[in-house]
Design a protein around this ligand. Sequence first.
Ligand code: CTP
Ligand code: MG
Length: 251
Amino acid sequence: MNASAAVAAAVVPAAGRGERLGPGAPKALRELGGVPLLVHAVRALARSRAVGLVVVAAPADGVAEVVALLDSHGLDGKDIRVVAGGATRQESVRLGLAAIPEDVEIVLVHDAARPLVPVEVVDAVAAAVRAGAVAVVPAVPLADTVKRVESNPGGPEPVLDTPDRATLRAVQTPQGFDRATLAEVHAKALAEEAAGGTGVPPVTDDAGLVERFGGRVVVVPGHEEAFKVTRPLDLVLAEAVLARRRAADAY
Ligand code: CTP
Ligand code: MG
């Protein structure tokens, strides 16, 4: 691997609406401590020496706004590019990936909605890919017991079974990949969709695509502060975590 190939590029899908967060701006542009979630997320990646380039997949109608936003937050010293995202997270990642130079061999994919990921997690994921894994996910053990149910929205749902919690992990981002592997599974998924789909449930993360096509995925320790801002209560928690960091070290 040459020097530029050893430096990772990161794709940040940021084109979602944030329906579950409630009415307001697109989620990536909602503020945490006065700074948009997206800016926090890009800073968290840029802080890692493993990351040389960040490609943001912005809402298709908000590319110019996102470029201006990143400039105004002093991120112009790093190599940061903005492309238009797509209708699904998977499409946004695929479009971001297409904007990464050919010689980059390690790609991280990080949700704009995970603004507080510690740099240690970013470094650990990139290091595991550099050490030879084709797909790496940071993850944490679950606090709750999980049950599989027969879906019956609005009504009682019969329980099918209860997986052994000790074997379950909640996965986070950034997820790290050998670039060729990630590009290949995204291309295969696109071809499947074009052919009318397969009837299997949709894959909700990039590592899931690697699994779907038979690749090996490994887990490294994640961090409780890498949680995803999904619902209003998550924003309350994120504000509290940020306030604690700012109090601790003038963050
Ligand atoms: N995302 C994206 N393009 C989409 C949909 C989602 O880039 N078409 C991104 C989001 O911006 C977010 C990440 O994927 O950073 C994780 O998705 P999620 O938490 O589901 O965010 P939203 O889709 O915005 O939220 P919701 O599902 O509540 O609408
Ligand atoms: Mg979503």
